[in-house]
Each structure stands twice: as structure tokens, then as C-alpha cells.
Design a binder for this molecule. Structure first.
Ligand SMILES: [Zn+2]
Length: 239
């Protein structure tokens, strides 16, 4: 990214909700600012009665329009960060479920920005690039709780493997301010599909992406690379 680039991803939390899905699907198809919006999709919670067939149909539509990613919620639809169990194993079993159904996401994002060393090694082993690191500290995460902090793409050494980390740098509000002000070299804007249910938020996001698209070349998240190499411990649980 010699002259800088911008990428956009959406945490697709509720693809089975017809209104949230329609809003996301329209936006992804329209490509505001010229951006191929990556769909980081939460697999269905079958034990909570979420429909596998409808989820797969919608995931295939999203995958045809932009990069596809795997977004894990460890505790079900409403609980993003893990509360018990083996977080790395949970990611592996969801990845197997996706692969067995012919879906091959190339990106990953941990729910609630959760990432630990074992999950990072599993994500690297699965061949995903990770978007869980953030350039900002989400206010609801206590200092010292597991997360990654990073502002630019890097290759992270973890468990004998290398994980390509493509950090998330801007929330919707931050993107609005940045679009009109100073932009870092690497910009990765994220939003939630549920943001799109609010008319004002949807209009604001689209306007910010259009401005951003005029100032930065739109990149495709699953095609980015990085040269810098860092140890996992250098980016983990930063304040
Ligand atoms: Zn989520």
C-alpha cells in the first residue's frame, strides 16, 4: 500500500433478520465509495433455532459480492466474548462446519474483539487473515482483558506460525471524522449490519464511505499483505 488504502468490513450479526439482511445486502451490492465490503459473518447458532439453509443461501450471496469472513460469537448470538469452554476449539469447529458446506472464508474476526494466543494459532492454521486487532481500545473492554492492539497490517508470529493481521482502525463515528480530516495510511472501517437499521446511521455511513472513496484507493481486504513481523506478545492485551 505505497500510497495508502482503505478497506471496509461489516460484522454481519443478524443475516437471518430480513430487515438487517436486506439493508446489508443492498449496501454491499451498491458499493458506496467503490468499496468491496467484506462480510464477516457469524455462523448460525443451530441450538438457538437459527436456520442453516437460509444462512447458507445468504452467505453465498455475500461471498459473491465481496470478501467473506468468519465472525465468531463464543457465547451465542448475544454473547460475543467467551464465557467458558475452549475458544480455539470453538473457532475450529465452526470453520469445519463452513468448509463442509462449501464456504471458504479467508478472513476472521473474533466477537467482542476477543483474541488469545491459542485462538490466534488456530486462525493462522486455518489460513485466515485476522481483523480482530483494533487501533483503538473499545470502551467496554477492561484494560488487560484479552485483545490485540495494532494500527497497521503486520505478520504476527504465533505458535510457530505466522498470522496476517489486518487490524480494524475506524468505527463508523471515527470514519466520519477521519473522512473529513487527517487520514492514516491504512484505514479499515467496520460497522455492524444492525447499524443499517437506523436510517440516520445508514446515510451517515454511506456519506463517509463516498468521501473516503474519493480520498483513498479502495482495497480488497482479502488481498492485502504486510511486511512487518511482530511477536504475538507485542500486540496482545495492550492497554
Ligand atoms: Zn459480533
Amino acid at each position: 500500500m505505497p500510497e495508502g488504502c482503505a478497506v471496509v468490513s461489516c460484522h454481519v450479526e443478524r443475516p437471518l433478520d430480513d430487515r438487517a439482511w436486506a439493508a446489508f445486502s443492498r449496501l454491499q451490492a451498491r458499493r458506496p465509495g467503490g468499496f468491496a465490503i467484506a462480510a464477516l459473518m457469524r455462523p448460525p447458532d443451530l441450538s438457538a433455532g437459527e436456520s442453516e439453509a437460509l444462512w447458507l443461501a445468504r452467505a453465498r450471496i455475500a461471498a459473491a459480492r465481496g470478501p467473506l469472513g468468519h465472525h465468531t460469537h463464543w457465547g451465542g448470538p448475544a454473547q460475543a466474548r467467551p464465557v467458558d469452554g475452549d475458544p480455539a476449539e470453538h473457532v475450529r469447529s465452526e470453520a469445519t462446519w463452513l468448509q463442509e458446506r462449501g464456504l471458504h472464508p479467508r478472513l476472521f474476526c473474533g466477537g467482542g474483539w476477543y483474541m488469545d494466543e491459542r485462538v490466534a494459532a488456530a486462525v493462522a492454521e486455518l489460513g485466515y487473515a485476522d481483523c480482530t486487532a483494533t487501533a483503538f481500545r473499545p470502551s467496554y473492554i477492561q484494560p488487560g482483558a484479552p485483545r490485540l492492539g495494532l494500527a497497521d497490517p503486520a505478520r504476527i508470529r504465533v505458535g510457530g506460525l505466522t498470522l496476517l493481521e489486518l487490524p480494524t482502525t475506524h468505527s463508523l463515528g471515527m470514519a466520519v471524522r477521519a473522512a473529513l480530516g487527517r487520514l492514516p495510511r491504512y484505514v479499515h472501517v467496520y460497522f455492524h449490519d444492525t447499524d443499517l437499521l437506523d436510517y440516520r446511521r445508514r446515510r451517515t455511513l454511506e456519506a463517509a464511505l463516498r468521501v473516503l472513496g474519493r480520498r483513498r484507493r479502495g482495497g480488497q481486504l482479502d488481498r492485502l499483505a504486510a511486511d512487518a513481523e511482530l511477536d504475538f506478545s507485542a500486540v496482545a492485551s495492550v492497554p
